[in-house]
Design a protein around this ligand. Structure first.
Ligand SMILES: [Zn+2]
Length: 362
């Protein structure tokens, strides 16, 4: 759970979390040692929904009056697997928002096609902006591996050619950027395509374009979109829609032989609607902080928790996470990060700031 902002009845901002993606503000709600199954995810979702609905109004005595605080929770700290289950999407090849199949993603060139109409209630889960980095990067890799074959399904002898091309691309990544891509991790947890690898690769679109053999302007545009949905400023949904629809057409014209990945399709085609629906910038609702917490949980379980029983072990991990995410303590320590200035193309997609009265000095 991440506190985002506090507003008064006139919509004036009283408190704003300046670093919503810092682990210092990401608090655990519950911790459990169980397998992540479909039924468990649905049960936990229902449980959270009920808790959000039944939250009491907090009354704070202030001088001779009282302050009433109402809460509003949004379930956006999720990854693609959870999103698919919550939206009733049976396969990870389908778009979780509209249910479009790969063959439809391959053939439909109309950005406004009826097939892409969103299913009801699918616009409330944010954009999972951190995972978008990884999925966009993997999508470009898959195209690059097939770029000489220009085929979606690879069979027979073509497989040898694809493997050869894959090795060539992997070697180029290692030589030019010092990155291992698309290789299994040694400790057995997934592969080397993580958020940091993707961000490093995208940071130099020209070099990435030469390694992958993919159109430079397409990569540049995808990079702009990724930065926009991860930044903590409000995006202008109409400008974003136009930018995405141009990018969509550019892709469909040049790479019509490979279906767009569901995540890329989700951001390009449905992104502007989701941006319209969220009350804070989509980047503030990203899942980076909760994912970063997973790493801490692993380290804390190993090095900072009792090991006499599983209950003690998990309790220690939970308590430590509560301590390190205390909002009051976290507001004292300065979370200085060296943020890169936003590229001009990203700034062009943002909304102009509206200064509400009384908040100029904050
Ligand atoms: Zn869709």
């Amino acid at each position: 759970m991440i506190p985002i902002k506090m507003i008064d009845q006139k919509q004036r901002v009283i408190w704003l979390n300046k670093s919503p993606q810092s682990i210092r503000f990401c608090r655990p709600v519950k911790i459990a040692y169980v397998k992540e199954t479909t039924s468990l995810i649905l049960k936990e979702n229902e449980n959270l929904d009920n808790q959000i609905k039944n939250l009491d109004i907090y009354v704070h005595p202030y001088q001779s009056a009282e302050i009433f605080v109402k809460f509003d929770g949004h379930l956006t700290l999720i990854d693609g697997k959870v999103l698919n289950i919550l939206t009733g999407t049976k396969s990870c090849q389908l778009c979780p928002m509209c249910g479009a199949k790969p063959t439809q993603l391959l053939t439909i060139t109309d950005f406004n096609s009826k097939t892409f109409d969103m299913k009801p209630h699918t616009d409330q889960y944010g954009l999972s902006s951190l995972h978008a980095w990884i999925r966009f990067f993997e999508f470009l890799l898959k195209i690059s591996f097939r770029i000489e074959l220009r085929k979606w399904h690879v069979k027979g002898n073509d497989k040898i050619e694809l493997e050869a091309r894959k090795h060539k691309v992997q070697a180029a990544f290692w030589n030019d950027l010092g990155l291992h891509v698309d290789k299994p991790r040694q400790n057995g947890s997934g592969n080397t395509n993580d958020g940091n690898t993707a961000r490093r690769a995208f940071s130099n679109p020209k070099l990435l374009s030469s390694i992958l053999g993919i159109d430079h302007s397409l990569i540049q545009r995808l990079h702009v979109i990724l930065i926009a949905i991860n930044c903590h400023y409000p995006i202008n949904s109409e400008k974003f829609r136009i930018f995405c629809s141009e990018t969509f057409s550019m892709y469909m014209a040049n790479y019509f032989w490979y279906p767009m990945s569901p995540t890329v399709h989700k951001v390009l085609v449905h992104g502007y609607i989701i941006i319209e629906k969220t009350i804070v910038p989509v980047g503030s609702l990203a899942e980076s902080a909760s994912e970063a917490r997973h790493k801490l949980f692993k380290a804390d379980r190993k090095d900072h928790a009792r090991k006499c029983s599983r209950v003690d072990n998990m309790s220690d991990v939970f308590h430590r996470a509560m301590d390190s995410s205390d909002p009051l303590l976290s507001s004292f320590c300065s979370t200085k990060t060296n943020r890169m200035p936003l590229p001009a193309e990203v700034v062009d997609l943002l909304d102009s700031p509206i200064i509400s009265p009384g908040t100029e000095d904050r």
